[in-house]
Design a protein around this ligand. Structure first.
Ligand SMILES: C[S@@+](CC[C@H](N)C(=O)[O-])C[C@H]1O[C@@H](n2cnc3c(N)ncnc32)[C@H](O)[C@@H]1O
Length: 210
């Protein structure tokens, strides 16, 4: 019974959400598009010709924004556990990023194995056990950072969903040692009650291989 009421509350909130209504009017697949739009307005990360990796991409709101901004000369490689409808200018890979096969498929899709921007909006399914959920979310953020280290060109950027809690400060410290600038953003479209924020790391200093 309680579960049903919870579902109904979610549905009412979803239907009445102004960002959901706006995304339907603007033709975006998810309200999440506005988070990336706001971040990009501020940081100017999506430029024509850029190669972008979009982790946790389904249903494709971020990929839509990225593909339209990197235009025909650029490329977006989108990966998610879930199926995602095709999008023009986006190579979609259905895979688990925590599995080696998922990483291999992604690397194979990158032109010369390099990217200008790594985006990660990955979030685990919430179990309700706070400590476990935080650990899983941070594990995904760690993997996104590892990918960035191995594929970003020097000067490249990374945008990652993070949740305040255990592991947050340590993730930020590592990112700050690798990028010249790391800022934390809470876009307007991000629900106020959510601990979700986005780390925007810019000007990658380069890996030892560069
Ligand atoms: C908040 S949604 C992303 C919304 C998306 N950015 C958009 O704009 O439409 C988070 C996504 O992360 C994906 N995800 C979670 N863990 C993953 C994993 N290990 N590998 C790939 N995708 C994962 C989920 O399947 C889910 O689609």
């Amino acid at each position: 019974m309680a579960k049903k009421r919870g579902k109904r509350t979610w549905m009412t909130r979803h239907v009445n959400d102004p960002w959901v209504q706006r995304s339907q009017q603007d033709g975006y697949r998810s309200r999440a598009s506005y988070k990336l739009l706001e971040i990009d307005e501020r940081h100017g990360l999506l430029r024509p010709g850029r190669v972008v990796v979009d982790l946790g991409a389904a249903p494709g709101g971020w990929s839509q924004v990225a593909a339209s901004r990197v235009a025909s000369g650029g490329r977006v490689i989108a990966l998610d556990l879930l199926t995602m409808e095709p999008l023009e200018g986006v190579r979609v890979i259905q895979a688990d990023f925590e599995e080696e096969a998922g990483l291999d498929a992604l690397l194979a899709a990158l032109p010369d194995g390099r990217a200008d921007l790594v985006l990660s909006d990955m979030a685990p399914n919430i179990s309700g056990v706070k400590v476990a959920d935080q650990a899983r979310a941070m594990a995904l953020a760690e993997l996104a950072l590892e990918l960035a280290i191995s594929v970003l060109r020097p000067g490249g950027a990374l945008v990652v969903k993070l949740f305040h809690g255990a592991g947050f400060e340590s993730w930020m410290a590592t990112a700050r040692s690798l990028f010249e600038s790391v800022r934390v953003r809470k876009p307007e479209a991000s629900r106020a009650e959510s601990r979700e924020v986005y780390a925007v790391a810019e000007r990658f200093r380069g890996s030892t291989a560069d």
